[in-house]
Ligand binder design. Structure first.
Ligand code: 13P
Ligand code: SF4
Length: 345
């Protein structure tokens, strides 16, 4: 298979990203990308990249790109020896859970997520004890131990469908409070989010029980941001990720997963658009939507996604780091929750 040279990669990056990055930086990144592509073939690896990866990485090294649901499916089907996951830890863990025979590498030691770290397996056990018999839906932004304690997983693109697939009067939906509230609105369920201060009774007079996790990026967007932008640009199309607050989601024109937002931007006739999500994604789609204007409200980057660079990805392949390992007893239980989700479609 012939690999693209660093000169070819540079020309391609220049075409896509000259508005967002200086040429000298693009040249350095093209060299690193070329090195990664060679290593990837030598090691028989596949690189998966989340939509939030920084633009020079996003456009060069991943074989496959997408949102959490798309990447979970692709990881489950990957047939190369190594999966390098350019994303955060819970995503790399998901790849390992679904495809345990492969070596899964996350190019950073940490790669956290404020949602995933907001809840532990013990918290889930406590919730189940308090609300016996109520099924637990775990957002994919959780660690393996939490998935293992849950009945089914969901992502931002199938959360409402997963909740409805259970055909239950009540569900526990963890850990994203805002996503839970947005799903409750979409599915017509009444929701409570237990707090440490206010003890809720175990009586099931509510249909959705949430948790108090928040995405540290999406919680920053406000109604005021939307009002300001609409005043200045009445013809703007506003797209919000469902990890934003329900008020922000209600005031936006569209809400959906990262890939759903990319598709809507591609299709809309609106002359300008605003993405209420991690900012790298805007840079990743401007080149293919040149006739529309991306309004840059934000400078909000996810510090965890931001840990993944071309250099870290090169080192991951070069040194075989950092290997994702999950104890088999946990992996098997977590796989059940993920496979149930994949079966929902
Ligand atoms: P998506 O599944 O929509 O890609 O979202 C992942 C994520 O972490 C959003 O913050
Ligand atoms: Fe987690 Fe938010 Fe970062 Fe997504 S953007 S990985 S939800 S902290």
């Amino acid at each position: 298979m012939s690999l693209r040279s660093s000169a070819e990669i540079f020309e391609d990056l220049k075409h896509r990203l000259s508005d967002v990055m200086p040429e000298f930086e693009l040249r350095l990144k093209a060299e690193l990308a070329s090195e990664i592509l060679k290593l990837k073939e030598e090691k028989n690896a596949v690189i998966l990249g989340h939509n939030y990866m920084e633009p020079a990485l996003f456009h060069t090294v991943p074989d496959l790109k997408g949102d959490s649901l798309e990447l979970s499916r692709l990881a489950a089907e990957a047939d190369r020896d190594i999966i390098v996951f350019c994303g955060v830890r819970f995503m790399a863990e998901t790849a390992k859970i679904l495809n345990p025979a492969k070596m899964v590498l996350l190019p950073t030691k940490k790669g956290g997520c404020s949602l995933a770290s907001s809840i532990t397996a013990q918290d889930v056990r406590d919730l189940k004890q308090k609300f016996p018999g109520v099924p637990v839906v775990a957002y994919i932004n959780t660690y393996a131990e939490v998935k293992a304690e849950s009945d089914i997983c969901c992502t931002s693109s199938n959360a409402a469908a997963v909740v409805e697939s259970l055909h239950k009067d009540s569900v526990i939906f963890i850990p994203d409070e805002y996503l839970a509230r947005n799903v409750a609105i979409e599915t017509g369920k009444h929701i409570i989010v237990p707090t440490k201060e206010k003890k809720e009774s175990g009586d099931l007079d509510y249909q959705m029980i949430g948790w108090h996790g928040r995405c540290e990026v999406h919680e920053l967007f406000t109604l005021e941001d939307i009002d300001n932008i609409r005043q200045q640009f009445p013809d703007v199309m506003i797209l919000a990720h469902p990890e934003c607050s329900p008020e922000v989601v209600a005031a936006a024109d569209f809400s959906g997963s990262t890939s759903a937002m990319v598709r809507v931007v591609r299709q809309t006739a609106a002359p300008r658009y605003l993405l209420l999500t991690e900012c790298a994604m805007g840079d990743n789609i401007i080149a293919e939507n040149r006739e529309k204007e991306l309004l840059r409200l934000c400078s909000v980057r996810c510090p965890h996604m931001n840990e993944i660079t071309l250099q870290e990805t090169r080192d991951a392949l070069l040194y075989g780091q950092y290997v994702i390992n999950i104890p088999e007893s946990i992996r098997v239980k977590a796989a059940r929750s993920l496979e149930r989700m994949l079966a929902v479609g």
